[in-house]
Design a protein around this ligand. Sequence first.
Ligand code: SF4
Length: 352
Amino acid sequence: MTQISERILVQAHLAGQQARQLTPAQEAQLRGEIAAELGRQDAVLVAHYYTDPVIQALAEETGGCVADSLEMARFGRDHPAQTLLVAGVRFMGETAKILSPEKRILMPTLEATCSLDLGCPVDEFSAFCDQHPERTVVVYANTSAAVKARADWVVTSSCAVEIVESLMDNGEKIIWAPDKHLGRYVQRETGADMLLWDGACIVHEEFKSKHLADLKALHPEAAVLVHPESPEAVVELADAVGSTSQLIKAAQTMPNPLFIVATDRGIFYKMQQLCPDKRFIEAPTAGSGATCRSCAHCPWMAMNTLDSTLQSLRTGSNEIFVEPALIPRAIKPLQRMLDFTQQARLSHAGNA
Ligand code: SF4
């Protein structure tokens, strides 16, 4: 699914990164320069949980945010800064631009993409939708602006089950794209009638149920936390399944002293910060013989570095543009998601 050229690009980037190991003094200097530049340019850093811990810490120190893709979108839209520096992968920058077309959206790199986005080209997806005109089109946030513009709803993993449940209650049948594992999980949770696109995340697909079962047996005191982009056999071994935010919440509320975590290891930064007395270990992957370096870390998220963050701010390069004609169409399904989740929050608060 992932193009060879994309892999070569990522590998070249990662090789360059290995060559540039920062000393603590260099790192502190870069952080200081980025913080000053953010202030000078009325900019705010919005980072995903899967980025390097140093980027997450910098976002927190400078008044930005570290969050899942839903909260990144909401934070960027509501923040008064005129420049959003989005550390994550390309669809996150595009989402920020769609929701805030008047703002300047920069990214540390424009080359950081996502296997789910790559695996769902708009022409093929549109043709698939055209074959099933009676179905409501629900796409995951990990898609291009053009695919979002073809959709009725955008969802993230933190609200997918609730949104699909409510569509099912309205008697709607669904086309789901692009992640087949998350789609299958949502289908199982809701019982909805869903046609699934055949996409997958190259990181989560590497988690192996057999090795996970062995590790769980070795640590009976541990709870297993699994992101639903993982294969079904891995999800079945979970003590808690959920989005990044939901897994962080589970780590805080579950009493276990140890957690085996099946999602990108970038999330350990926030988990450890919120649960300093607990331990977190990576769920096993296939190891070095597998695809995608099989390492529980997204190669595209790893392309966000302090160097590229500063470079982007200084030069104004890596600005995200979205075709203007797409914006009014792409904003509708995104806005539906934001309205739905806002409403759900209000009613939870009301019931509390
Ligand atoms: S971890 Fe997977 S879903 Fe997330 S950006 Fe990377 S490839 Fe895409």
